[in-house]
Structures are given as C-alpha cells and as structure tokens.
Design a binder for this molecule. Structure first.
Ligand SMILES: O=S(=O)([O-])[S-]
Length: 103
C-alpha cells in the first residue's frame, strides 16, 4: 500500500502544468468559492463519488487544505483507496496565496 508524500507549492504548480495530475482542495465550499487555484477540485462528501469516477488511480493527486495539516489525512485516505501517487501540499492555501496572490 502506498503512503502519501509531502510536496512544496512551487513543485506542485510545476507538476500541475507539466503532467496529467489533479489538485484537490479540501477546504469548505465557501472558502473554495472565494478563491482557489486554477483547476482545483473541491473534495467533500458530496463530490467524493464524482472524484472516484473521474480520477484514475495512476493520476498524481496533490491535496491542499488551509495550512497543510488536514490535507495529510486526506492524502493518506486517497492512497488507502488505491491512488498510487498522492501528496500533501505543504503550507496549504494560506501559503499558496502568499506566494502566488490570487486576483
Ligand atoms: O489543518 S489545517 O488547518 O491545515 S486544514
């Protein structure tokens, strides 16, 4: 069984640009609606089924939350479901916003 890995924001962005990968945003729907990184999938109980239908197990999955803590649990959960290449994004959207201000 695979376990999640940690990844920095700059590398996450780079890999999202260059690979068939997906960014999963686990923040609440309101925070997600207020701002999110381009292409991010808002994962919650309502969207989980859609996620499993859409995203194949060999797709790299980058999980981002508020500060980079709870994303670890979600990344491990997705690894446990069969996703082979899962990551928790260090610093979360709080740091992402600092590094790459959103308009
Ligand atoms: O636990 S968290 O604040 O990183 S979502």
């Amino acid at each position: 069984m695979s376990t999640y890995k940690l990844i920095e924001i700059a590398e996450t962005k780079q890999r999202l640009e260059n690979e068939q990968a997906i960014l999963v945003d686990t923040r609440d729907a309101q925070s997600y609606a207020a701002d999110h990184a381009e292409g991010a999938f808002n994962l919650n109980n309502e969207t989980l089924k859609e996620f499993f239908e859409k995203v194949q197990f060999n797709t790299p999955v980058f999980v981002v939350c508020y500060h980079g803590n709870s994303s670890k649990g979600v990344a491990q959960y997705l690894a446990d479901q069969g996703y082979k290449d899962t990551y928790s994004v260090e610093g979360g959207m709080a740091m992402w916003r600092e590094l790459y201000p959103m308009t």
